[in-house]
Design a protein around this ligand. Sequence first.
Ligand code: PMV
Length: 310
Amino acid sequence: MGVGVGFGKVILFNEHFVVYGIPAVASAVGAKTTALVERKPGAGHELRDERPETPGYKAEKLQQQKESLEIMLKFMNIDTRHNHYVITLGGDLLAASGVGASAASCAAIARAFSQELNLNFSDERVNEVAYEGEKGYHGTPSGIDNTAATYGGLIWYRREGDAQHMERMRLRKPVEIVMGNTGKVADTKIVVAGVKERKEKEPERYGRIFQDADQLVRNARKQLEEFNLEKVGAYMNENHRLLQEIGVSSPELDELVNLARDAGAVGAKLTGTGRGGYMVALTPGRDIQDRVANEIERHGSQALRTSIGV
Ligand code: PMV
């Protein structure tokens, strides 16, 4: 039996912009997905998905999950003609849009096969396999999700053509965040394609927004490294505004973002694909974290209390 893990993540700056080569910042969160691979007599493979989920998520992603698994098996050169592989997904990361659930599962599956078949995958190799697996979900993933899922920690990420650059960042100490779940499942492929279409229709306006996003993330990195959390929060608010401008927010996300800010978050924005899924609020200290999380729960939404920079 082989086991593997992949970390859940939160994108703190520049989802979507990252697809076009603009830097982004992501952090692992406290929750993980685990994969277990068992070899049985026979042939073929089956996937048992025992992850906790946002209602509807697994059914909605089932086809993409199958495609993703096929791609990864082929990429890892795993022959399923002489063994039957049972893959079981579990862990405490909620299967939902916006927490990197698909990437975490891909990294976990790569690690579990590596252990079961003594493939000795390095983290780099796990990341490559998870990137291929992400293609089943995204079509053209930037690579940020699988990188965060594989390595954990706080990362600066930039894609340049086919090359992917990752730098580890350090936070003086972990900072509490709250992730609020709209409960809506968004399709990354469709939302990413929508941005592309609008960007092609309005190149000048989008060019300006993309330039702002590029400058913003560089400023935000400095403030993160200097641990100036008020300023980091202000940049998160500004990043949310840019994401609204490229059309990836939603009334539900805006509502949770405003509610978190009113409850004392130093900054809040959507995270991940958008149009549903999660938002993230920067809530330094347990008091603010509780206040914001309670407010989100009172509103009837799920709130995940976790930290960045762990
Ligand atoms: O929804 P998530 O957590 O899988 O994040 C998607 C991030 C995007 O920037 C929208 C797409 C990508 O490939 O980076």
